[in-house]
Design a protein around this ligand. Structure first.
Ligand code: AKG
Length: 392
């Protein structure tokens, strides 16, 4: 039997258990199955992702906006403390995701699905059958607002409340500051651009891994969002790709260590495009760990509603140098299609020609594809079009 057929059988067998990576660990695996093997990428550097204290907003708003602006324009990531989301809600959310994942397989199986029409989906690896290598992680994905009966009991009371707090208390404050950082009026991104109206929650569960150097918890990617708010427990493993402006080949992964009470914020692709490249949507990943489980909860802010895929996104400000539009207008649908194309290309090149391809492919971001007046990477990404996932 050809290797590809073997792999497909292994993927189907894994998916058919509906038990995810947690099921493998519970079954006592001591070696990471080959479907999870990734090419190693050990480029690492020290870099301190800024921690911004939002309690200072009332006394010194301009200084806090300046910190948010500096982080959004450079590394694209920052942590916030004193953000208004109570620690009790954060720890309840982490516990709910952990409890759900640690329920018996029979209790979780009804939620295990690849049906993109379902607003609540439990699965291991959304791109299991299209990605060259699977990731050591299971995810419970919940689109908000969700009816209580749609949600697993462990998350029923907790997830909607947590998502609402992140949206109302932190999201609104952040969008106000990001608007001001672009020289726009405070309410612009929320009211004119509707960047706060759609939120979905991904509860990730990363079981302890017997051979962490062979796999990844989450492959390097940027987010198809306006912005993302991430809650992580104390285990660690999140890394951000820090680029060297002088020499992009020197880019390397830097840890985003858990900080007590903090939430991690990152700019997504949509905001990079709308900000005309002033704000950066940066690649990040999660390394696998022999310690675990690790639990994290991402709140993704992206357009909501039935018509969202045809919504057109366009630059709303001049670029930082007073120039015109750096990106062409595009629909959300097209951005997401490209997101998957770039992700697939990158992963395939990495597994074929690791080092040479690493430099070439990792220097290309999704939004390079939409740039105007710059050399386009069209030839590199002229792969056939992929079906459009509704989940990102
Ligand atoms: O688990 C994490 O820390 C990161 C998850 C992530 O990157 C994502 O959900 O897009």
């Amino acid at each position: 039997m050809a290797a590809a057929d073997h792999r497909l059988l292994a993927l189907k067998a894994f998916d058919g258990t509906k038990a995810g990576v947690k099921g493998l660990v519970d079954a006592g695996v001591t070696a990471v199955p080959s479907i999870f093997h990734h090419q190693p990428d050990h480029r690492h550097r020290h870099f301190t992702v800024p921690v911004i204290d939002l309690s200072a907003v009332s006394s010194g708003r301009a200084a806090v906006v300046a910190q948010v602006k500096a982080a959004a324009e450079t590394v694209g990531f920052f942590q916030v403390v004193n953000h208004g989301v109570p620690e009790g809600a954060m720890s309840a959310m982490l516990s709910a995701v952990r409890s759900f994942n640690e329920e018996p397989v029979d209790a979780k199986a009804p939620y295990y699905t690849r049906d993109r029409g379902r607003r609540v989906r439990y699965q291991s690896n959304v791109d299991l059958f299209t990605s060259p290598a699977a990731q050591w992680r299971d995810t419970l994905f919940m689109e908000m607002p969700a009816e209580p009966q749609e949600l697993p009991a462990a998350c029923r009371g907790v997830a909607p409340e947590y998502a609402g707090l992140v949206q109302e208390r932190l999201g609104r404050t952040l969008l106000g500051m990001l608007s001001e950082a672009l020289g726009l009026r405070h309410g612009y991104l929320e009211e004119e651009q509707r960047c706060l109206e759609g939120v979905s929650v991904a509860g990730h569960y990363y079981p302890a891994c017997p051979e962490p150097e062979l796999t990844l918890g989450t492959i390097g990617h940027s987010d198809t969002t306006f912005f993302t708010v991430l809650l992580q427990d104390a285990v660690g493993g999140l890394q951000v790709l820090v680029e060297d402006d002088e020499d992009r080949e020197q880019s390397a992964w830097a840890d985003v260590p858990p900080a007590a009470g903090a939430l991690v914020v990152n700019v997504g692709d949509f905001l990079q495009l709308m900000s005309n490249g002033r704000f950066k949507s940066v690649e990040h990943r999660v390394v696998a760990n022999s310690v675990g489980p690790r639990v994290s909860v991402a709140c993704f802010f992206r357009p909501a509603g039935a018509a969202s895929s045809t919504r057109v996104l366009a630059p709303i400000v001049s670029d930082g140098d007073g120039g015109g539009a750096r990106y062409r207008s595009t629909t959300l649908q097209e951005l997401i299609r490209q997101h998957y194309r770039v992700k697939g290309q990158r992963a395939r090149h990495l597994s074929a020609r690791p080092l040479q391809a690493l430099n070439l492919i990792q220097n290309v971001s999704l939004l390079d594809r939409f740039q105007i007046n710059r050399w386009s990477f069209h030839m590199l990404f002229s792969a056939p079009s992929v079906p459009l996932p509704t989940e990102f």
